[in-house]
Design a protein around this ligand. Structure first.
Ligand SMILES: Cc1ncc(COP(=O)(O)O)c(C=O)c1O
Length: 328
């Protein structure tokens, strides 16, 4: 699946060359795709946005009416008809309405929304959807007091709605796709960093040798990432710290007012759940270089799978004149 938005022509062209299923984010992308690629593939997908506020039984919600993604119901119905007239033979539907849900209800609720829509589409236009992509949004328990999602319960929930809505409508052969990122990756990566400074001003600060370049969720969204001071797992959390990186941004803090054991210089901090929206979201602000990545294997051994960046990497796209080579 190529699920994109605000898509450059070159990306549509590349996706078509690769033969992947293109997920059109917008009604106007039908024309744009045709102009960029010159033809339509046999199989395509469209992204739906129901608008309004999307609420689940436990109150978790998001605001699709305020989100830039997807097509309105009227647009998506028209989009399928236009695509059919242009020769597309097989269709999918996609929606991503709430991010990082920690509830087993999101996927089944979303499934009902999409299943009911495709039944209506079939009745009104005769067009059959062959796959429903429930996308991402199944989240993880970043906080220790949260109850993690149960993927088997989620699967059963979708199955039940499938049997209730699609099977009676004669659509029991629709395939279900997912494109989960965070659920599959998040808990299985950690950011390992060393305490290199302690600062006592109006608050107590611990400065570490990683920064938002390595994990920007706390800086951008104020997200909670659990922190363990290695070797002090059972020590009382009787100190309150802001754990900071070194960017010239006051939001560059991995934890704010966090109860932790006393941290000494050289202590190693393990910042949990950074396997998704971590390294890949990073950037090079302030000339900071991104870290290495190490794979911990099942037998307890380690393997360096990505070396740390060097200043030469950082400057590599800049130097047309050979000046950087002379400097380094
Ligand atoms: C189109 C699309 N699909 C899937 C995902 C993965 O979502 P998640 O990490 O919540 O599973 C994203 C994440 O932003 C996305 O934008």
């Amino acid at each position: 699946m190529f699920s994109s938005n605000d898509t450059p022509a070159s990306e549509f062209k590349y996706a078509d060359d690769l033969g992947v299923i293109v997920n059109l984010d917008d009604f106007t992308h039908i024309d744009f795709f045709e102009k960029s690629v010159g033809h339509f593939p046999k199989k395509m997908c469209c992204r739906f946005n129901p608008g309004g506020v999307y609420e689940l039984s436990n109150g978790i919600m998001d605001n699709p009416g305020d989100s830039k993604y997807g097509m309105t119901k009227e647009q998506i119905f028209e989009a399928y008809q236009i695509l059919r007239d242009k020769g597309v033979e097989e269709f999918g539907i996609h929606a991503f309405l709430v991010s990082n849900t920690v509830t087993n209800d999101y996927y089944p609720t979303l499934a009902r929304t999409l299943f009911e829509l495709i039944v209506e589409l079939k009745e009104k236009t005769g067009i059959s959807i062959s796959f429903v992509n429930l996308s991402g949004g199944v989240g993880i328990a970043y906080r220790p007091d949260q109850t993690a999602n149960d993927i088997a319960v989620i699967g059963e929930g979708v199955h039940k709605v499938f049997d209730e809505v699609l099977v009676p409508a004669g659509l029991g052969d629709v395939a279900i796709f997912t494109e989960m990122g965070r659920f599959m990756m998040g808990p299985y990566g950690g950011l390992v960093t060393t305490a290199i400074h302690e600062k006592h001003i109006y608050k107590e600060y611990i400065g570490v040798d990683a920064c938002a370049v390595d994990l920007m969720r706390p800086a951008v969204y104020g997200s909670y990432h659990h922190v363990t001071v290695l070797g002090k797992e059972n020590a009382p959390a009787d100190h309150v710290y802001d754990v900071t990186g070194s960017l010239c941004e006051n939001c560059d803090k991995f934890a704010v007012d966090r109860q932790l054991p006393k941290i000494d210089m050289g202590d190693i901090l393990f910042i949990h759940d950074s396997g998704a929206h971590g390294y890949s979201m990073g950037y090079n602000y302030n000339g900071k270089l991104k870290s290495a990545e190490v794979l911990l294997k099942e037998d307890g051994s380690f393997q360096l799978i990505r070396r740390p960046e060097t200043i030469k990497d950082y400057l590599s796209t800049f130097d047309n004149l050979g000046i950087v080579d002379n400097l380094l």
